[in-house]
Every structure is written in structure tokens, then in C-alpha cells.
Design a protein around this ligand. Structure first.
Ligand code: AMP
Ligand code: ZN
Length: 463
């Protein structure tokens, strides 16, 4: 275990705090997974790159991490506050499939596979424990029954609701004020609700759904995460992650249900949230229209997914980022330059430079300050006082957290076309045709290579 302390910004405390897990050396962490009715957009993927950096930082700090992620394959309505269309139903209609539970599951499995592929491409360590919400409906109903016994619930014509007025500190994650709804998240009024913040624990559905003590239907989206969190990580655990949009409703309600059902506070010690990825200066990324950019949109432009990861790390996870192609291309140039510098260090891998390692820890342990960690990476490469071999070892060490794939860089194979041009240039040079030789050199340069003339011949370098 490292002697350096980790500091994380805890949304619940509204400040940075020194991290200490409930059980020594073992961190229990839950990540809200995607709603799998469509491909993930790159905004969604920001949430998982952030959680990955967090897991890797904890591991770098010497902790074992037990990480759980759910897949929301039922119960998420288009508004987080229990109104609007069911997202999975929307997915089935879009794909012209019959509305059955079997089809819903198939749709979920298809998009989950795609989601995992995206994570792999982004060098995100896929959590070992990923669970479909639809496999844990029994746990959901048991939790609702517990709440029912303790008289936190009531019935309306469309479902079983949680009565938030029974919980004195409801909304603590958001600031503990009951007025928050007026400024923040939009709650669509439901005249049968006792309080505007009350939320569905179970929603009736006569057409399609699961059996329950209250009739056929679906669990509420929030109860799924409480039930799975408690089942796999216990009634109290260390870290819960998600995007900031989850603060006012989803995570607020997770806290309410879990704490009222178990009687234990806090449900989670540290709540961590990534800020949003916007597009076109302030437009929210959505799963429809021009702003729906997936990882595939990026790779189709010939840009590697790791460039997207690198670009995200150039910003702090708590800062809003604005996506545009120029910025991504800028990141691509910078990453290529980093790779080039790394490749020029030779074959040998030496020892990790302790001074740089301490600095790296200082940065990533300070609430995952990846922008400063990246600038340190440049410093290592430019530092003339340390050997190439030690530079390599140090960068590979940093990359355990950053995940930029330095270990897998390979010398790029020089294409036949370039080799032919080089040979042709050698030939004309021998015949002292310097004009032609110069022309060929320029052509080679324009293709991204340069020739270094040596006594013994020549060397081809990438520019
Ligand atoms: P969903 O699939 O809607 O359940 O969202 C999956 C994750 O992506 C959640 O943690 C959201 O908070 C997060 N998220 C959604 N949109 C964005 C965005 N534009 N930028 C960053 N995170 C987002
Ligand atoms: Zn969740």
C-alpha cells in the first residue's frame, strides 16, 4: 500500500476528502451502467473512461477493487423522474420488433456486446461483475417489500411509490433542500403523488412485464441499482460513480431507498460524478440527431479510439468538455508525437524514476488530475537527465493508470511504396543526379518520412 493519501471529491460532502475504504485494502465500487436500447454515444463513454481511471488509480495505490456494474435493460423511462416512454420499448419499436420480454433481452444483449467492444477499444478494463437488471427483479421486489413494511410506500393507479416526506434528509446528495426540484431537474407532475419528488418503486404494466406482489410490471430504474449494489457489495460500500445527471434524481433516490430499507447510513461513502460532454458549444449529446456521435463515428474518420481517451484525459473529469473535431485532431497530433518520442527511446526498459513516480502519484491521487499527469509525461520525455531506458520504464508505469497503450506500440512497417522511392533516390544519387534526388526526397517527406544519410548508407525515419 502506498504511503501517499488519495483524495477524491465526494459529491455527498461537497468537497475533496481523504479516501479510506470501509474494509482495509479492499474497495467496493459500483458504477451505473448504460441503458442498452441503442449504441452508447461518446458522452456516455466519458462516464466509463472516468470510472476506469478511478479503478486503475485505486489499484495503482495498492488497493484491491471489487467493482460491480449494472446493465439497465428494463425500467428506465425517458425522463429519469418516472415519466415518458420506456427506453427499451422505444428501442424495440425502432427496430420493429414485437414487444416481448424475450425480445427486450435480445435487444439488451446486442447493445451490451457493442458497449463492451467500445470499452475494450478505449482500453477500459471491463468490470468482472456486470449484471443485467432483469436478472434481479426478485431482489428489487424484496427491497420494495422491506420499504412497504416500514411504511415508506403508497400505491397509485400506475405504481408503488416512495414517500419522500417520510425521510427527513431526503435529497442530501443534492444539498439537503427540498426546493431543489424547482431549479434543477424537471419533475412532471403526477396528481396522485403525495409529494412532487416521490418516485416509482414499481410501475404497473398490463401488457408486458414481470410478476410481483403488486401485479405485473417493471421495477423502477432506481431500485435496480440499490438492489444490485446491496446484493453484490453489501448494505454499505465505498464508491459509487455515474454522470452528474444522476445526482438530483437517480442517486438521490438510490440513497433514499437503500438507507430507509436497511436503516444504515450512509449507503455509500463516496459519490463521484463525471461532468458532461457537450457538443457544438453547449448542446447536450443525445441519442438522436447530429449530436449522436459514437466511437464508430470517430474510427470511421480514421481516428483511433485511444485518441478519444487521450483527449478526455486532457480535461479533468469534473470539468465540462466540449467535443469538436478540431480538438480531437489536435489530440491526435499530440498523441502521435508522444508515441514518436517514446519509440525513439530504443528497446531497453530500465527502472522507474522514483522522483517522477512520486509526482505522478501526487497528481492522480489528487482527485484524478489527469491533465497534470499528462504534462508530467511530456516532462519525462524531454528530461535529458534520465536515461532512455528509465524514461521508458517510467512511462510504462504511468500508463498503468492512463491506459494509452504505450506497451503495445510497434515499429510501424514502412510501406513498399516508400521503400521503392528511397531506392530510386539512392540510384539517382549514385549517378549524381542531385536535382532528381532532391525531388524524390521531397516526395518521401510529403508521405511522412525522412531519410537520414549515413556513411554506411541511409536510415528511414518517420517525421
Ligand atoms: P445512460 O445510458 O443514459 O443510462 O447513461 C450512461 C452513463 O452516461 C451515465 O453515467 C450518464 O450519467 C452518463 N452520461 C450520459 N450523457 C452524458 C454526457 N453527455 N456526458 C457525460 N456523461 C454522460
Ligand atoms: Zn444506477
Amino acid at each position: 500500500m502506498t504511503s501517499k493519501k488519495l483524495q477524491f471529491y465526494n459529491t455527498l460532502a461537497r468537497k475533496k476528502e481523504t479516501f479510506s475504504p470501509i474494509r482495509k485494502d479492499k474497495v467496493r465500487m459500483y458504477t451505473c451502467g448504460p441503458t442498452v436500447y441503442d449504441y452508447a454515444h461518446i458522452g456516455n463513454l466519458r462516464a466509463y473512461v472516468f470510472a476506469d481511471i478511478l479503478q486503475k488509480t485505486l489499484e495503482y495505490g495498492g488497493y484491491k477493487v471489487k467493482r460491480v456494474m449494472n446493465i439497465t435493460d428494463i425500467g428506465h423511462l425517458s425522463s429519469d423522474a418516472d415519466s415518458g416512454e420506456d427506453k427499451m420499448t422505444k428501442g424495440l419499436l425502432r427496430e420493429k420488433k414485437k414487444l416481448t420480454l424475450k425480445n427486450m433481452r435480445e435487444l439488451a444483449e446486442f447493445y451490451t456486446k457493442k458497449f463492451k467492444k467500445d470499452l475494450e477499444k478505449l482500453n477500459v478494463k471491463i468490470p468482472k461483475e456486470i449484471y443485467f437488471a432483469s436478472d434481479y427483479v426478485k431482489e428489487d421486489t424484496e427491497l420494495v417489500q422491506k420499504l412497504e413494511k416500514k411504511e415508506y410506500t403508497y400505491k397509485t393507479s400506475d405504481g408503488i411509490y416512495f414517500n419522500t416526506s417520510k425521510m427527513p434528509d431526503y435529497g442530501i446528495l443534492w444539498g439537503g433542500k427540498r426546493e431543489w426540484k424547482k431549479e434543477g431537474a424537471r419533475i412532471v407532475e403526477n396528481s396522485e403523488k403525495k409529494n412532487p419528488e416521490d418516485f416509482a418503486l414499481w410501475k404497473f404494466n398490463s401488457q408486458i412485464g414481470f410478476e410481483s406482489p403488486w401485479g405485473k410490471g417493471f421495477p423502477g430504474w432506481h431500485i435496480e441499482c440499490s438492489a444490485m449494489g446491496i446484493k453484490f457489495l453489501g448494505e454499505q460500500f465505498d464508491i459509487h460513480t455515474g454522470g452528474i445527471d444522476h445526482i438530483p434524481i437517480h442517486h438521490t433516490n438510490e440513497i433514499a431507498q437503500s438507507e430507509c430499507a436497511t436503516g444504515k447510513k450512509p449507503f455509500v461513502r463516496v459519490w463521484m460524478h463525471n461532468n458532461f460532454l457537450d457538443i457544438n458549444n453547449g448542446e447536450k449529446m443525445a441519442k438522436s440527431g447530429d449530436s449522436f456521435i459514437t466511437l464508430r463515428t470517430i474510427t470511421e474518420k480514421g481516428i483511433s479510439p485511444i485518441v478519444y481517451r487521450f483527449w478526455l484525459l486532457m480535461g479533468h473529469y469534473r470539468t465540462k468538455m466540449n467535443f469538436n473535431w478540431e480538438a480531437l485532431e489536435g489530440a491526435e497530433t499530440a498523441l502521435k508525437r508522444l508515441y514518436g518520442l517514446y519509440m525513439s527511446l530504443g528497446e531497453k526498459i530500465g527502472k522507474v524514476d522514483k522522483e517522477y513516480q512520486e509526482k505522478f502519484k501526487e497528481f492522480v491521487f489528487d482527485d484524478l488530475d489527469t491533465p497534470r499527469a499528462l504534462s508530467l509525461l511530456w516532462d519525462v520525455l524531454k528530461d535529458e537527465k534520465i536515461s532512455n531506458a528509465n524514461k521508458k520504464a517510467t512511462i510504462l508505469d504511468f500508463d498503468k493508470v492512463l491506459g494509452l497503450d504505450f506497451a503495445n506500440l510497434k515499429e510501424e512497417k514502412i510501406s513498399e511504396a516508400i521503400l521503392k522511392l528511397v531506392e530510386e533516390r539512392e540510384e539517382v544519387r549514385k549517378n549524381k543526379d542531385f536535382k532528381k534526388s532532391d525531388e524524390l526526397r521531397k516526395k518521401i517527406n510529403s508521405l511522412g518520412y525522412e531519410i537520414e544519410d549515413k556513411n554506411s548508407g541511409y536510415k528511414i525515419n518517420k517525421i
